[in-house]
Ligand binder design. Structure first.
Ligand code: FO1
Length: 315
């Protein structure tokens, strides 16, 4: 298959944002659109928190907090610490700079902007030229079914530190959520989809399960990058979730999960060099490469490998 001219990249979480930056470094803004998960979003302290949009925005602006893996670089914590000292909720750590972004988003949403419009405005002010687009402007909220009952995603992820064993997930609002029209239109002449190394259950599923997405994507060559490397997730609970769901925590099982659940989705799969030994077990075109992204060069190299992979896919 020829190398695509117009790519849609699906991202959620920190791993996704890393590859997104690599892609943004080598592709012009008209060559790629980032479709972002909103299942992690929640209303908190009167604010609309959109963690995956935030992670991507900070990554593309090269303002992401490298130590924490989330939030903004050079952060201070006066607000949240003062809030805690007043008996307020401080389990979800909103830094002072991050708070400013959230206040601005609140203001834009209250003035009638959609989440897409608010995101575009914030990105513009942060000097981001590439399109960061929520998969839907309608609310989709991931719920984690766990041994502690059903938990809103951030309650599971941050407040409970991903400790409760999970038994499944549901996406409240998914039945009525509309595919973002910007993405619907983009897919009409998009010729390649890259699923970044994001959690398949809670980052990618709430994107691709939005009504209309899979149908629109069925004829577009799609490659996914494994978020599981040598049996562990580089960041986040993907491997732990797989074990709790009785799925082996392997790159192969991630590919099989996508293939079983979304039979029209994948045309190719990218795994890490350390998992190269398993390549012959995949029943779709697969390549092994260095996928652990420590530096900017690593992000760019993986982005380049993903693009080159399209050339190697059978027509
Ligand atoms: N993750 C944490 O582990 N602890 C936090 O206190 C926290 C605060 C936070 C604030 C804003 C934001 O956009 C993200 C934040 N995250 C925090 C990250 C985030 O909730 C998760 O990494 C994602 O939802 C998983 O992709």
């Amino acid at each position: 298959m020829p190398r695509p001219n117009k790519i849609l990249a699906i991202t959620g979480g920190v791993g996704g944002a890393k590859l997104a930056l690599g892609l943004a470094k080598i592709l012009d803004p008209e060559q790629i659109l980032f479709a972002v998960n909103v299942g992690d979003d929640f209303e908190h302290l009167g604010l609309h928190i959109s963690p995956d949009i935030d992670s991507l925005t900070y990554a593309l602006a090269e303002q992401n907090n490298q130590e924490l893996g989330w939030g903004r670089a050079g952060e201070t914590w006066q607000f949240i610490e003062t809030l805690g000292s007043l008996g307020g909720e401080d389990w979800f750590r909103l830094g002072d700079k991050d708070l400013a972004l959230h206040m601005r988003r609140r203001q834009l949403l209250d003035a009638g902007a959609t989440l897409s419009q608010a995101t575009a405005t914030i990105c513009q002010h942060m000097g981001i030229q590439h399109s960061v687009v929520p998969i839907s402007d309608d609310p989709i909220r991931t719920e984690v079914h766990s041994e502690q009952g059903d938990l809103a995603f951030q309650h599971y992820f941050v407040r409970e530190r991903c400790e409760p064993a999970v038994s499944g997930f549901s996406f409240k609002g998914m039945e009525t959520a509309g595919l973002n029209p910007v993405i619907g239109t983009y897919l009409q002449d998009c010729d390649g989809i890259i699923i970044c190394p994001s959690n398949p259950f809670v980052s990618v599923a709430p994107v691709i399960e939005v009504a209309g997405f899979l149908e629109a994507a069925a004829h577009i060559p799609t490659v996914a990058v494994s978020p599981i490397v040598a049996g562990t997730a580089i960041k986040g609970p993907a491997a732990k979730m797989m074990q709790e769901l009785n799925i082996p925590a392997t790159a192969l099982a991630v590919a099989q999960h996508y293939q079983n659940r979304y039979p029209t989705l994948l045309n190719g799969f990218v795994i890490d060099e350390t998992d190269r030994h398993s390549l012959n077990e995949f029943n779709l075109p697969s390549v092994a490469t260095q996928s652990v992204m420590r530096s900017l060069d690593d992000r760019i190299a993986l982005a380049q490998r993903c693009l080159a992979f399209f050339d190697e896919l059978p027509a």
